[in-house]
Design a binder for this molecule. Structure first.
Ligand SMILES: Cc1ncc(COP(=O)(O)O)c(C=O)c1O
Length: 364
């Protein structure tokens, strides 16, 4: 887009377009890794009740430190990972994207450097760019695994201030074992760098979370979201687990009262219902196995996934042609820009049935 002269947009942003996957009505959405299940009635009603209680107090600013929500998030992480965090170790924001941006506002900038390993979550380099932080790319193997020795070399050679890894990785779905994360944390610490582990899909994985490294390594920062496992993408709640000193640094750049009273209240209720929501995660994990088998039955290949999506390959047409054929039949999947690959989000059993039914005629 060419910008008018009167618009003083930063020159380094002028060639960018807004991020966004297509939002199309009337089709099955298997493109943005959302949880396909509407909130259970019991959770939706509890949220409605809680929000009506909060509504009359909306004349006041919310708790800008979201202490109750952070305490509940700490309890959730402690239960799952056997840790001893308090609200002091947790920060919450409007989605983990806001968490990542806050982190780069505080620790990035032109004097800093971020190292990431693509293909991975495309918003990481975008936020680096928007915050004026130079980005360098490390490689993955042909199977999309992180080669930990070459990653360490890259850290040693380039001395980044932040190292971003995503596990399970988006768009590939594969994980980095905890033993490798430990090696990366050590290499990053030797260069006084943060290791930022994006665990947006952690609940769909059996790997031990990187939150268990934080007690030992002060430079480990883990970002999480309620968008996927908690079926809460529309509410916009992400959070970070890190040493309190890092969280105090984030307070310098966070906008005052950034997390609304309504968002905080809704998220607190969802956390009180984590058991009901976890049942859906288990169903999605078993559906992932079924969809993977369906893809393989028609001769396609999948990357091992510990997330709520599968990256697949082996079709004879181009990615964009296969993507379009699915869309023409009412199923929206994701062309992630990797030639020969497409990503499908695991939907409800009925949605997956529809995806599998059209697979043979389209993709083989
Ligand atoms: C790896 C990864 N991190 C972060 C996010 C952002 O999640 P949120 O909805 O919390 O902003 C996503 C969303 O798809 C993701 O795939």
């Amino acid at each position: 887009m060419s910008w008018p002269n009167w618009l003083p947009l930063r020159a380094d942003l002028a060639d960018l377009s807004p991020y966004g996957a297509p939002q199309i009505d009337g089709v099955i959405h298997l493109n943005t890794n959302e949880n396909p299940f509407p909130l259970p009635n019991v959770v939706a009603s509890a949220i409605t009740e809680r929000i009506s209680a909060v509504a009359s107090g909306l004349n006041r600013y919310p708790d800008r430190d979201a202490i109750t929500l952070r305490t509940k998030l700490a309890r959730y992480i402690n239960e799952v990972s056997n840790t001893v965090f308090t609200y002091d170790d947790i920060w919450a924001a409007n989605g983990s994207n806001e968490i990542l941006q806050t982190l780069l506002l505080a620790c990035g900038g032109s004097e800093s450097l971020v190292l990431g390993f693509t293909p991975s979550y495309s918003v990481h380099p975008l936020i680096a760019r928007i915050t004026g932080t130079p980005w360098i790319n490390g490689n993955r193997t042909d199977a999309f695994d992180l080669d930990v020795e070459s990653a360490i070399e890259k850290i040693e050679k380039n001395a980044p201030k932040l190292v971003f890894v995503t596990t399970p990785n988006n768009p590939t779905g594969n994980v980095i074992p905890l033993s490798d994360l430990r090696k990366l944390a050590e290499a990053a610490a030797r260069k006084s760098a943060l290791l930022v582990v994006d665990e947006a899909y952690q609940e769909f994985s059996t790997e031990i979370s990187a939150v268990t490294l934080i007690a030992e390594y002060a430079n480990v920062v883990v970002t999480r979201t309620m968008s996927k496992a908690f079926a809460f993408a529309g509410a916009r709640v992400g959070y970070l687990i890190a040493r309190p000193e890092l969280i105090h640094a984030l307070l310098i750049v966070r906008l005052p009262y950034h997390l609304s009273a309504i968002t905080q209240a809704a998220a607190e209720v969802a956390l009180d219902h984590q058991d009901e929501l976890q049942a859906e995660v288990n169903l999605l994990i078993s559906e992932r196995t079924r969809v993977k088998a369906g893809l393989e039955q028609v001769g396609l290949r999948t990357i091992p996934s510990s997330a709520n999506f599968l990256l697949f390959t082996g079709f004879s047409l181009s990615s964009s042609e296969v993507w379009q054929r699915f869309l023409d039949r009412g199923v929206l999947i994701r062309d992630v820009g990797l030639a020969g690959y497409l990503r499908v989000t695991i939907g409800s059993p009925a949605e997956n049935d529809q995806f599998l039914a059209m697979l043979k005629e389209i993709a083989a």
